[in-house]
Design a protein. Sequence first.
Length: 294
Amino acid sequence: MNKLVKTFMFSMLAVASITMFSCNAQVPKADLKNNLDSIAYSQGVLSAAQIDQLFADFNIKPENQKDYINGFIKGMKAAPKSDKQKAEAMGKWMGEQFSLLIFPTIGEQMFQDSTISLSTDNFTAGYIASIDGPESTLIKAEEAQMYMMMAIEEVRRQSLEKNNAEAKAENAAFLEKNAKEEGVVTLPSGLQYKVISEGKGAKPAATDEVTVHYHGTTIKGEVFDSSVDRGEPATFPLNAVIPGWTEGLQLMPVGSKYMFYIPYDLAYGAEGRGGLITPFATLVFEVELLDIKK
């Protein structure tokens, strides 16, 4: 064996000795006789590189590293032979994947709310019933997907309502008060507007392309988007923007400047858009209609 391989082997064994010292676990002895042996050992070293992150992700304390090692060794030595052993090992492995990897984060992944959890007992009941006899499940497979789509959306909506109740009420109060301001008109859709200056040009249709200058803020006056600040007008199809814009700009003759107060259901909805456009956000726009392209 050449000097490079010997040096490499020494380095790998040094890592093993450090690991053994750090957690007092029984580290198996390596026997590196050729490249394949060294490749196997190297792959083991590289595969262990994320162990600290793994412990952090699952809130496992560092002092339990020995227990992890013991469990890993047992798993590697299991080597099921018969179909029965393979099936049991696979079932145990699948159960552990769901238990360790999926259910701890399912609230955030499915509902965008980490405080929501699902019953592992009910999940297991549905899983086993479907494998054992699909005809006996309480919810049939062909119905489950459609039901999930509707139910998840409803739970997500309820979660947003609950977690953003104060913000929703604040935005609703703003619109209620603003509706009483001089010059403000409230349409049946809930859109509010005020004429700053009235132009004499044509009014756009929803299918037209418009060129505008605009300045958008939250109800607290925080600017989230502004062509005025950028110094360059924006051009876009009127039916490709939020409903409040599509409805509001059709009221405007070219050359007009309006203020729009757009409730969340005509803007970015209960979920918002991130940043300053939070869930249930009312948007305030000053818009000047410069041109229409049919």
